[in-house]
Structure formats: structure tokens, C-alpha cells
Design a protein around this ligand. Sequence first.
Ligand SMILES: [Zn+2]
Length: 464
Amino acid sequence: MLQIYNTMTRRKEQFEPLEPGVVRLYSCGPTVYDVAHIGNLRTFLLSDLLVRHLRRTGVEVHNVMNITDVDDKTIEGARREGLTLREHTEKYTEYFMEDLATLRILPAWQNPRATDHIEQMHEIIAALIDKGHAYESEGSVYFDISSYPRYGRLSGSVSGADSSRDFSRLDEDEYELEDARDFALWKAAKPDEPTWDSPWGPGRPGWHIECSAMSRAYLGDTLDMHVGAVDLIFPHHENEIAQSEGATGQEFVRFWVHPEHLIVDGEKMSKSKGNFYTLRDLIERGYDPIAIRHLLMTAHYRRQLNFTLEGLDQSQQALGRLWDFVDRLEEIPADAEGEDLAEAAAEALAKFNAALGDDLNAPAAMAAVFELMHDVNAALAEGKVGHSGAAQVLAFLRDADSVLGIIEHEKGSVDADVEALMTEREQARADKNWARADEIRDELLAQGIVIEDTPTGARWRREG
Ligand SMILES: [Zn+2]
């Protein structure tokens, strides 16, 4: 079914769900204080691929993706916008859900909000205090790292057993490895912050406890898989393990899956560096969101992907060729005779399945699709593809698309866009606006489309 790299054991392992037929999968969802950038979206896309792949193998997937709607950032965001916390987070939750749908990321089984699960957080905190893993101080509650020698197994760099270390407490949700200290489970009320009642007085949850509570509420004590961006390994996931295992005494997560960052000019794409693109930015620049989905899958999820607009142009061209190919296959008349393509399709399917089964290798799986396209295009050019051969290839493409989500398209959508630009260019030439006419020529060329001016007017063709 699937061999996947487990960050906890640091090797690829054969995946089987604990309960046959049902996979319990949790993904750390967005903190809804702003519009997500495409670096964030890459992580959610990997989760989507994983879920689609598992479902295609015949198992049910209970995938939960939480919405972090209370933490340091959302409280600050609401203050900045002069909204209540709920108004602020609902606005960005809505944007986020729209972005997922635009990228064809399938809806999760459950999308719990942190603020709807305060009770469940209290239960875990009470259990941790009861077992000596947490302590109260001035209305806040902290996790006691020195009570938990297993702390640090996931990130492999801090140990709860290290008695020489100062684990004095800290209140921030996010901090660096060298600052590893007792972290806040419950934060005492501060002026201007939303608060909830608790056995320890009014306050609000720390960020880390939210995921321990929401995953347990929907998936139980032990999860099959937990997905999150690589920068969540420390401290977030390390803290989730300490909280969950400290409270329940059960193994929290069997497989930890951590997608790598999106990089811009050698640096991680991030809000704080200002080097980010949102999905909306790119759509406004005229890019098809499915080209963005394609681009985000062109590197294996455990490798960093360098984002460039040139790369996005190439994805758009590749998709244009693929969609064109599908349109041509679909147009082959029912009575057309041709080669039997069953073997070629079966070979592509075998490659496709092997690639996904090997640590979810999406670029290799896409290569199986594009190689088949290349071979069949050659046969098409020679008029050797009949109706049954086309049907064999289309059946494979539809099956592959249940995981990839890039092949389905509005018929003729590429051509309609090209035609619109061609008309605009004709007008520009009539107006003697040569600069605009040249600009359109270059724009189309970037999409792999060549314009030929003939005595009877301009025509276009796709290159290669
Ligand atoms: Zn989380």
C-alpha cells in the first residue's frame, strides 16, 4: 500500500493502519490570522495527496485538520483589525477553505476549531497535573519537561532527562530549540485577551495543547499518521507528544510525516521574510490554480522546492499540453480503428502505483503520466490511435487523476484563452500598438504557443 518515511524512526517503513481498513490521520491546520501563502499550502497539498492515495487503495481515511483560532498570532491579528477574535478568525477560515477548494484539495473529514474544544483541553491538562507532568503557577499551567525523560525523541536534540539544563518556564507559543523550556498549557488571563473559565482560573489555552485535544476528540489516543510542516517538529510536535503521551500513557502517533519548505531564492517562503506569494496573487497574475497544484508536486515532499514564476510558466505549459492531449483523445470518433494501447496504459499504471507507494513520490507518478502522453502523442501524429486505444489511455488518466487532481479541465478552456489573446493582438495590430502585439506574442510563446502571421490572418499552433 505505502512505504513512508517516519520522522520518529528516521527511516521508510511499511504503513498499515492499526485498525484494518481505517486510517486515522491528523494534519496541523492553519492559524487563521492572515491569508495563507503557497508555502503553507504545499503542506496541505501533501496531506491531500496522502489521503487521496490511501483512499484509492481502498481504505477509509478519517482525516482531521484543525483550525487554530486562538493563539498569540490570532489574538494579535484581531487587535490589529479591530475585530473580535471570532470575527477575525472566521474571515480567514473562509479564505483558507476557498483556497483549498481552488487547489482541488478535498475537504477534510473534520475541521475542528480550537475554541470549540476548551473542555477537552482542560481534561488533558488535569490528567497531566494529576500524573505529575504539569504544575500551576499564578493562574497558568506549565508542562514540566524534567518529569518526562522521553521529551525530545522526535527532534532528537533536547532531552527531558538532561538534569544540567535549565527548564525554567516560558509563555510564548513559538520558540527556538535552544530555548526549550517548560511550556504553557494554560495561560492566565491578561487584560485585552479573550478568556475562558478553567479549574485554574480564567485564561486561554497554549497553542500546543490544542492539537493534543482535538486529535484525541476525533481520532482517539493513538493516531496512525500525523502530518505537519517540517518547522513544526520542534517545539510543536515535540510538545504534542509530551502532552498526549503524558496524559494517556498510550503511544500518540505511529507515523510522523513532515513535508519540507517552499524556498524562494534559497530562503524559506514566510510571512516574516516578506518573500511570499498567496494563491490570490498568482491567480490575479493570470496563472491557473491547477498549474500551481502541478508545480507544488514537481519536487518530492521531503525535498525543498524552489519557487519561481518561470517554474510556474513551465507547469502551465505542461498542463496545456496534457489537457490538449486529453481533448484530442476524447474527440476520436467511435468508429476509428487503431493500435491496442492496453499494454502501454498498464505499464504506465504500474509505474504510477510504484511511485506513489514509494514514499508518495508524486514527481515520479506524474512522469509516468507525461511519458505515456509523449508516446501516445507520437502515435496520434501518425494517425494510429483509434477509439478503443484512446479509451484505454483515458481510463488510466482518470484513475491517476483521482490522486493527482490536475487532469480534469473544462474542455477547450486552453484554446478559449488563447483565442481571446489572439483577438486582442489583432486589434492591437490594427491600432498600430506594436508594443502590445509583441507583448501578447511573448506571453503566448511563454505558454509554448507560436503565432504565425499568414496572408489570410494570424494562426497559432502549440510547439512540440
Ligand atoms: Zn498541531
